[in-house]
Design a protein around this ligand. Structure first.
Ligand code: NI
Length: 143
């Protein structure tokens, strides 16, 4: 599907680890994500390219992790955000097959961040501590 190809190309071009369709003007509930030696998240382990259509998170762990996030829609800024450490989600893949999966850590963080985009929420709205928000240059330990 052309929309999905555009999303993957855009994510890779801007060195993102995820992208939601509305970020590039596509009014659909689609997310893509991929981590592969990412320059913006050099410490993150690899995550294979994944396409989530109509994703829903069905379970959030009570346990949370704080981690730095950035966003192609909020260029140059980072914030430390608390997210559920583990989630279970359901979605359709790019072949139209329904599936469910549980993921944790950075993978769970990306899906929570991208799914927020589908609901019009950007990561700064999730900040608990505005001291942990700013331009990358002013946050020496943001990685
Ligand atoms: Ni984003």
């Amino acid at each position: 599907m052309e929309n999905i190809t555009d999303m993957i190309d855009t994510m890779r071009y801007y060195h993102g680890v995820g992208l939601a369709a509305p970020q590039i003007g596509i009014p659909k509930r689609i997310l893509v994500l991929e981590v592969n030696n990412n320059v913006r998240y050099p410490l993150a382990g690899a995550i294979e390219l994944d396409v989530l259509i109509n994703p829903e998170i069905t379970e959030f762990s009570k346990e949370t992790d704080a981690g730095w996030e950035g966003c192609l829609s909020v260029p140059g800024l980072r914030g430390k955000i608390n997210r559920a450490s583990q989630i279970t989600f359901e979605a359709y893949n790019d072949k139209g097959e329904f599936y469910s999966s549980s993921v944790e850590g950075f993978h769970a963080r990306i899906i929570q961040h991208e799914l927020d985009h589908l609901n019009g929420i950007l990561f700064p709205q999730r900040l608990d501590d505005f001291q942990l928000f700013g331009f990358e240059d002013s946050l020496p330990d943001y990685q």
